[in-house]
Design a binder for this molecule. Structure first.
Ligand code: PEP
Ligand code: MN
Length: 337
């Protein structure tokens, strides 16, 4: 149920509705909109009677929410969410470019790549410090040392940084050093991690599980939002199929559906979808054309020596070309900007 307040509703009238909801043992979540506040009702055990709210001062209407995900849904918040990180805005009308290596390997490596991607037009720098590797015998990341390098990149170059958080134990540590916490494909249904990410207002980049349906993905985002964090960015990174020509299959058809169903920004990671660098630029162009709000791309200055995902990492000059293409496609799709 969503209680939509009048444009002129006073803070006292809003508080009264919240009080009535909470007195019934449910959770009230005020959602500021363009010109009015709505109040989402969570944790109801069964259907909520609309009559409770109709006629209360300041209440315009009470509408049932039909989707199982509520805070994620456009039914509850029709306006697009814009997530702000420093001066960077992610969401409708903006094209956000995130780039960097799969893993932080050394300060020199990170700084070299960051300088290159910044010069090419990247808005944020990415790099893993804690790596979720399929094999326990491969490079697992530099851990806290990698986080310190990320913080140094941000402080030196002014690029906000994105990195993956693998578990609740290291959450505080990762949060201390970085701007956006990424929850990876293998952790999309790690509910304790999702809840922890929800207990802060700092932005979360939630990757789609490699075999997750859109409903499962939205419910994962709902876990974060139901704890109070509204700054969630969805990231499609390819799903597991039977094909052999790419590492995963990039599900671009998810983008228009997400944009219809949810107000959250959605970005595309073509690198983990493709697995091969020659597919990354064409997929990026398609991603922007289909309406993604941004791209997250792996770039390495010496991919042949990369400690992880070298085959899918672009050379800096390829990333430069990608930025030019992506900006041109975005301008075509958004002529008013
Ligand atoms: C990554 O972005 O480095 C990563 C491990 O991605 P994914 O969770 O999509 O595999
Ligand atoms: Mn990678």
């Amino acid at each position: 149920m969503l209680v939509v307040m009048d444009k002129m509703a006073t803070p006292e009238q809003i508080d009264k509705v919240v009080e009535i909801i909470e007195a019934r043992g449910m959770t009230a979540r005020p959602i500021p909109g363009g010109d009015r506040v709505s109040i989402g009702i969570l944790n109801n055990k069964g259907p909520v009677d609309q009559a409770i709210f109709m006629g209360l001062p300041g209440v315009k209407e009470a509408i049932p929410v039909t989707r199982p995900y509520k805070l994620v849904s456009r039914e509850v918040k029709p306006e697009d969410t814009l997530v702000q990180v420093g001066d960077v805005i992610i969401g409708n009308g903006h094209l956000t470019l995130i780039a960097g290596p799969c893993a932080i390997e050394s300060e020199e490596q990170a700084m070299t790549i960051a300088q290159n991607v910044k010069a090419a037009g990247a808005h944020l720098f990415r790099g893993g410090a804690f790596k979720p590797r399929t094999s326990p015998y491969t490079f697992q990341g530099l851990g806290e040392e990698g986080l310190k390098i990320l913080a140094k990149v941000r402080d030196t170059l002014g690029l906000p940084v994105v990195t993956e958080v693998l578990d609740t134990e290291t959450f505080d540590l990762v949060e201390r050093y970085t701007d956006i916490r990424q929850i990876g494909t293998r952790n999309m249904q790690n509910y304790s991690l999702l809840k922890r990410a929800g207990q802060s207002q700092r932005p979360v980049l939630l990757k789609r599980g490699m075999s997750a349906t859109l409903d499962e993905w939205f419910m994962a985002a709902e876990y974060i939002m139901s704890e109070g964090n509204t700054n969630v960015i969805l990231c499609e990174r390819g799903v597991r199929t039977f094909v052999r020509h790419s590492r995963n299959t990039l599900d671009l058809s998810a983008v228009p559906v997400i944009r219809r169903e949810s107000h959250l920004p959605v970005i595309i990671d073509p690198s983990h979808a493709a697995g091969h660098r020659d597919q990354v630029i064409p997929l990026s162009r398609a991603a922007v054309a289909v309406g993604a709000h941004g791209l997250m791309v792996e770039v390495h200055h010496q991919p042949e020596f990369a400690l992880s995902d070298g085959a899918q990492s672009l050379y800096p000059e390829q990333f430069h070309a990608l930025c030019e293409y992506a900006k041109a496609v975005h301008a075509l799709e958004n002529p008013q900007q």
